[in-house]
Design a protein around this ligand. Sequence first.
Ligand SMILES: [Zn+2]
Length: 383
Amino acid sequence: MEELLIKQSKAYQNHMINFLKELLSIDSYTLNTGEVNKVTHIMKSRLSSLGFTVVMNSAKGQGDCLEAYNGTKGQILLIGHTDMAQTLTGRESFDVSDGRIVCPGVGDMKGGLVTLYYALKVLKDLQMLPGSLRIVLSSDEEQASPFSRKYITAAAMNAKLCLSLEPARANGAVVIARKGGTYFTLTVKGRSAHSGVEPEKGISAAQELAHKIIHLHKLSDFKAGITVNVGYLNAGTTLGNAIAGQGVAKIDVKYWTPEQGARTVREIRQICSISSIPGTTLTLEQHPGFQPMVNTPQIQWLLRTLETNGRKLGTEIKWVKTGGEGDAGFCSSAGIPVVCGMGPVAGLLHSPEEYLETDSLWKRTALLADSLITINKRLNNGE
Ligand SMILES: [Zn+2]
């Protein structure tokens, strides 16, 4: 069977490159919702052509979150996103060199969308398409999916496992754990005053922030994988000749487990609930982040399946944990095993030099197709 899948996937390699080229011509930067929707609607017509029922979840000011299914059970959830982290402004087209395609968004994750569609097409051609698939494509993943997360979570609650089409790492590895994260804005109000004439009348927001930053950074525990980082800081006026009357800091938090996250958030709230400089007032606002992708023990058979299928297809599968967050975390917090990085091999993500290994298009297409057949069989056997 693997030979058949390789042959069929290879036969589509040029079609895949052309489809990728079509998607890369669209500037689907995450805030360009109109352009994101162009990608989403292309995926809608492609998936419809394979017999999927496609539902578009819309809301004012948001890109459409696509859901598709081809049966009633939806045991296997496939996720991806149609937005990207960078804009194409000032870029003519993509470059092809040394077996790589170079363009913003090529790996993260237009290559994954191409792999998704062609893996399903190959299976449909061979009349082997499982009738238990559900697909959710986020329109705002690069902003931590504030709109799409509820659709991903709801689909995961009804699925047995999830494969995410984010890119494989540069060394071809597939992702088995991702950090979760959250963000805060800390605003401090003090009182400004002339720093020469009557400094004693001032209450320094800058000094208050300095105390807070020291305490906040002490919460980091690199060994345990917890990072608390003030990544943005501003206080006072541009000239800097007054006691700073106000200030703001943005705090970025990363962790491996929900327990670590809950504890760290509690500690941050505690630190920011007390003023170190009398007379200052502090306001802490939390912004949504990603849930960590932590795997359940059931992931073991899924990993062995992918390893075995990879070997049969001539690709050695490696595993990696990454600090980068993603939609896969919503699925793991819904309690199902998740493997991320099932897309083509890519690197330098979120940079202008982002690239995709061209050959990995057909290779990962064959791997996904083969894995869907095996996984479907095992789930039907009650595993
Ligand atoms: Zn991505």
